[in-house]
Design a protein around this ligand. Structure first.
Ligand code: FAD
Length: 585
């Protein structure tokens, strides 16, 4: 590792000049979900005062969305605090009394089995039969044994065999099927039921992974996701309370709602000699790419910088406002990046990052809440699980669009009824969830009721009086629910996604343009490690940083992963500037 300490005259570098004049670097955070809020809060707490959060939608929270109806809160997004010991979300909630009303039934240990303490899961078949409890238990034990095997490939570096296609779904289906078929004790009818249950379990699993199917999830990478020890918890007053607690430390003016960002123009200072003008889309091409020359004109910003001084990053919003910044922290979902990375960054992202965006996966998991006048289920029933007997031999979890409802794995009974009323919460994932999102409430309520009638064998179940559901896949600000390691990807791709720009290796721009020395001796060693330009021996300060759940190698897909990723990126900047702050410049 090279030290920054010999790299030049601080008096004449952009970072310290900017700081001297304005006292502060300007940081723009894109997105006011948990990652964005955690990043902004950490920066503000460390003395950064020029921080702006730009949020596309009209509320904070992102994929945390709690809907209050009467006394109850329904979570369209995050529901569970996954694990407690060392989970920052748990500690925040606990310290602020958010878990005081969490009932035993809203606290569970081990792999999540929703509301399992409040009765038993009713596994029903499409012929209206209930699968006996002992058969369900035997199957569940068998499935869990195989699930544990799936973890070992990553944890013990076991090689995956070719037949598994490195897919959790293919491996699990084959392994469980073979064990069922090889069991000498089970009669044929029981074997058939157990074989049909595999698909139901895989549907639940893919809802938890937010993949279209477990066939898409990488077997060799599956075990890298790490469970935090301790119980899982529900926050009765709503997960959004955690978001509100984070936001309490952030002055209102910092967060701009309804402010979608269109494009992040980075590497501006090294790309061109003068401040560019931004043309709105449709009124001519963007011409901000490196090497296209300056636009000239007046310095429009009144930000205290010299006319010839450059902001490294310009954040262009949908409303055409352009916000100059020293650093931008991008927290938008992997789904948004997949859809928009080509237009969202100018110059474009390095090939390695683009490849990581392609390789990693994000699918849609949606929830469907149905409220009934009266319960038609017994008090001992905690969930209704749909097992299609004709799927015993199926090799796929993909359905034609008109059969989208077959992907609904089941409905959980929300508990306690004094809080929620008589409400069932259903889960659906993948392409079929996207089809569901296109249907209207009436059609979804109708089809769910039909399924409940068919599987319970009770044709008199009335239609629900209310339906509430999510639409994470089609929402342009999310484009999916949460990320997973898709077949062909690994944790290394998560690291690549998280790597700040410009890259160490990316020396091209520095060579071709700015000859200014960067404030190497004022930057900490961590920063120098990441941004030292090996060809010039100078520092390129980080301009675009990436956080959000998909950038956390061990805790992707979770709220704590999102929060920690925001803090991680804030810490990079805090460390980079700590010496300057200490000098009181
Ligand atoms: C159905 C569902 C169930 C879940 N269940 C759990 C659970 O039980 N436990 C758990 O821990 N986690 C759960 N999660 C995952 C958890 O919600 C997420 O991991 C976490 O909230 C992601 O936070 P984030 O800040 O990374 O991203 P986000 O919350 O997506 O924040 C990014 C923000 O960027 C904004 N944005 C997007 N585009 C732009 C733009 N162009 N300009 C400006 N702003 C933009 C978005 O509006 C959004 O607010 C669940 C998620 C879903 C969808």
């Amino acid at each position: 590792m090279q030290s920054c300490e010999s790299s030049g005259d601080s008096a004449n570098d952009p970072l310290s000049r900017g700081l001297r004049r304005r006292g502060q670097p300007r940081v723009v955070v894109i997105g006011a979900g948990l990652a964005g809020l955690a990043a902004a809060k950490a920066l503000l707490e460390q003395g950064f005062t020029d921080v702006t959060v730009l949020e596309a939608s009209t509320c904070i929270g992102g994929r945390v969305q709690s809907v209050k109806i009467g006394h109850a809160t329904f979570e369209l997004g995050a529901t569970w605090i996954h694990g407690s010991h060392g989970n920052p979300i748990y500690h925040l909630a606990e310290a602020n009394g958010l878990l005081e009303e969490t009932t035993d039934g809203e606290r569970s240990v081990g792999r999540i089995s929703l509301y399992s303490k409040n009765g038993v899961a009713c596994y029903l078949t499409n012929r209206g039969h209930r699968i006996p409890k002992d058969v369900v238990e035997e199957f569940s034990d068998l499935y869990n044994e195989v699930y544990n095997l799936t973890q070992e490939f990553f944890r013990h570096g076991k090689p995956v065999n070719a037949e598994s296609q490195n897919s959790v779904g293919v491996f699990t289906r084959e392994e469980v099927r073979n064990r069922i078929r090889d069991d000498p004790d089970d009669p044929e009818a029981t074997k058939c039921l157990k074989l049909a249950m595999i698909q139901q379990y895989l549907k639940v699993e893919s809802c938890e992974s937010s993949s279209h199917s477990m066939d898409d999830v990488s077997l060799s990478a599956f075990g890298e996701w790490t469970e935090i020890p301790g119980a899982h918890h529900i926050i009765p007053s709503g997960f959004i309370r955690v978001v509100e607690l984070l936001a309490e430390g952030i002055p209102a003016h910092v967060i701009q709602l309804g402010k979608p960002v269109r494009c992040v123009h980075w590497d501006q200072a090294s790309a061109r000699p003068r401040g560019p003008e931004i043309e709105p889309w449709g009124e001519g091409d963007h011409n901000l790419d490196a090497g296209e020359g300056g636009q000239g004109g007046e310095e429009p910003r009144g930000d205290g910088r010299d006319e010839d001084e450059q902001w490294p990053v310009l954040v262009e919003c949908e409303d055409c406002e352009v916000i100059p910044a020293d650093h931008v922290i991008v927290t938008v979902s992997l789904g948004v990046l997949k859809r928009q990375y080509t237009s969202f960054f100018r110059p474009g992202l390095p090939t390695e990052k683009v490849a990581a965006i392609h390789r990693l996966g994000i699918g849609t998991t949606d929830k469907i809440f149905l409220e009934f006048e009266e319960p038609f289920w017994g008090p001992e029933c905690n969930s209704i699980q749909f097992v299609w007997e004709d799927e015993a031999e199926s090799g796929t979890l993909t359905y034609p669009p008109e059969l989208w409802y077959r992907k609904i794995c089941g409905f959980d009974v929300l508990y306690p009824p004094e809080r929620y009323g008589h409400v069932l919460s259903g889960w659906i994932c993948g392409e079929e969830a996207l089809v569901m999102e296109k249907c209207d409430d009436e059609a979804v309520a109708e089809i769910c009721t039909e399924m409940l009638r068919q599987f319970t064998g009770n044709p008199n179940i009335p239609k629900p009086r209310r339906i509430l559901r999510s639409a994470w896949g089609s929402n342009p600000y999310f484009r999916g629910s949460y990320s997973y390691t898709q077949v062909g990807s690994s944790g290394a791709d998560v690291e690549k996604l998280a790597k700040p720009l410009p890259y160490t290796e990316s020396s091209k721009l520095a060579q071709g343009s700015s000859s200014k020395q960067q404030p190497g001796h004022l930057l900490s060693s961590k920063c120098s490690e990441q941004s030292l330009d090996p060809n010039r021996g100078s520092i390129k300060p980080m301009q675009v940083l990436f956080s959000g759940e998909a950038t956390h190698r061990k805790y992707y897909s979770t709220t704590h992963g999102a929060l920690l990723s925001g803090q991680r990126e804030a810490a990079r900047l805090i460390e980079m500037y700590q010496d300057l702050f200490q000098q009181g410049t």
